[in-house]
Write a protein that binds this ligand. Structure first.
Ligand code: 2IT
Length: 449
């Protein structure tokens, strides 16, 4: 490997030994960049790698809130403004009890390159809190969001940093966060957040965008292989917003999602999550805050596998769409043994690095990386920002058309970047190279700081 890359990885490993997820993404991205860094000695001269692995700014803040019994609780809030070379920092907020700096940094780092791949002017950022929304009442969620925004509002803005949702943060939370921002600022700056409700500046298709975009990307891969999506079976994970969008679009195109998962296990529905009733039930399951996928099996009379993951199922396409490190070596071996041809990552970093390397080395298997596949979500967030700044509203057809084109372009640009360096149809390396190159160019042109 290029010596400058090796030195950068070694120094991140040493400095962030207690943040394994961050080290993992750094190793994954940087090790793809060998041919690019070899071809660009100016990267080392101006220390692009050393600079890009260091957040421009990252801070924590205190979030104290009152529960329904009048008891006070204090959580930690985070915002990482990782890289602003190509646009205002942009990225979601994650509310989950396991949130700590290593999670925020890995998500922020991935976000830089994902956002660059959208082709739109957005930098990389991420934030969140170790607040656990499970079992909280609506009033508790509101008070938490108000306290969170009270601490954060001075440091964000439509041209500074534009948060959105991620796990634990959906339309309801964005509404409370925006209400508090507006109350504190005294201006109607709705471009400060995306994923808003339609009544105050949200974009149509934003809730569907990540899942729709993932299926559009999948469709490009299938076209490249001369195959049709019609009739294909898909194993998904989770049952949240992203998986919901995949089920909707897959159904529309004649494919079917046959597995869903949760912390309690997975369900197998051989008929697919294809009816309106089933697809809508995913929303109900999420809104119930129970975080149990067994509810789906009970309701629709399908099999539930407690404590298991769906990756041993023989399907046409695997789309891990739940969370980081969901697919480890043991699951990867099952996927390979089943002869599955399409491994399409959806969640941020859903595969451990050893499992990812193993899958990429399988002959005939096509692996697509999440930072490309799930970029339609943040891409439509950028379209929401554009509508807000123009003070107008686009139609669903217009947004969907732009999303579709964006995903085609991301797939093409990734494939071309890999091809340029003689790597063949390597979508993982291609996405890393194309995303990185755009940000590095902007950094070089703006001088050293
Ligand atoms: O991981 C992601 O790209 C998101 N959670 C969406 C970020 C956004 O700004 O819409």
């Amino acid at each position: 490997m290029n010596a400058y890359i090796e030195r950068t990885i070694a120094s991140v490993k040493q400095k962030h030994a207690n943040e394994p997820e961050f080290v993992q993404t750094i190793e994954e991205v940087l090790s793809s960049l060998d041919p690019l860094v070899n071809a660009h000695p100016e990267y080392e001269k101006f220390d692009i790698l050393g600079r890009i692995v260091e957040p421009e700014r990252m801070f924590t803040f205190r979030v104290t809130w009152m529960d329904d019994e009048g008891k006070y609780h204090t959580n930690t809030g985070y915002r990482c403004q990782f890289n602003g070379a190509i646009g205002p920092y942009k990225g979601g907020l994650r509310f989950q009890k396991n949130v700590y700096p290593g999670i925020i940094k890995f998500l922020g780092f991935e976000q830089i390159f994902k956002n660059a791949l959208t082709g739109l002017p957005i930098g990389g950022g991420k934030g969140g809190s170790d607040f656990d929304p499970t079992g909280k009442s609506d009033a508790e969620i509101m008070r938490f969001c108000q306290s969170f925004m009270t601490a954060l509002y001075r440091y964000i803005g439509p041209d500074i940093d534009v948060p959105a949702g991620d796990m634990g943060v959906g339309g309801r939370e964005i509404g409370y966060l925006f209400g508090q921002y507006r109350r504190l600022k005294g201006t109607f700056e709705n471009g400060v957040l995306t994923g808003k409700g339609l009544s105050y500046g949200g974009s149509v298709i934003r809730p569907e965008a990540t899942g729709y975009g993932a299926v559009y990307y999948l469709n490009e891969v299938l076209k490249h292989e001369g195959e049709d999506i019609q009739g294909k079976t898909i194993a998904c994970a989770g049952f949240g917003n992203v998986t919901w969008g995949i089920c909707k679009k897959a159904t529309e195109l004649g494919a079917k999602v046959v597995t869903l998962s949760g912390p309690d296990g997975y369900v197998y529905d051989p008929d697919g999550v294809t009816t309106e009733e089933k697809i809508n039930y995913l929303l109900e399951m999420r809104a119930s805050n129970r975080n149990r996928v067994q509810d789906y099996a009970d309701k629709f009379g399908v099999e539930f596998f407690p404590g298991e993951k769906p990756w041993g199922r023989k399907v046409d396409i695997v789309m891990p769409s739940a969370m980081q490190n969901d697919v480890k070596m043991d699951s990867a071996e099952k996927i390979a043994a089943n002869g599955i041809k399409y491994y399409i990552e959806v969640a941020n970093m859903p595969t451990t690095n050893d499992a990812l390397a193993f899958l990429r080395s399988q002959k005939g298997m096509i692996v697509a990386p999440s930072k490309a596949v799930n970029a339609g979500g943040v891409g439509v967030s950028a379209l929401e920002m554009a509508q807000n700044s123009e003070r107008l509203v686009w139609t669903a057809d217009e947004v969907d058309r732009q999303l579709h084109r964006m995903m085609e372009t991301i797939h093409r640009v990734s494939a071309e970047a890999a091809e340029e360096f003689g790597l063949g149809y390597d979508l993982v390396a291609g996405a890393n190279i194309a995303g990185f190159k755009k940000v590095a160019t902007a950094m070089l042109e703006q001088g050293v700081f």
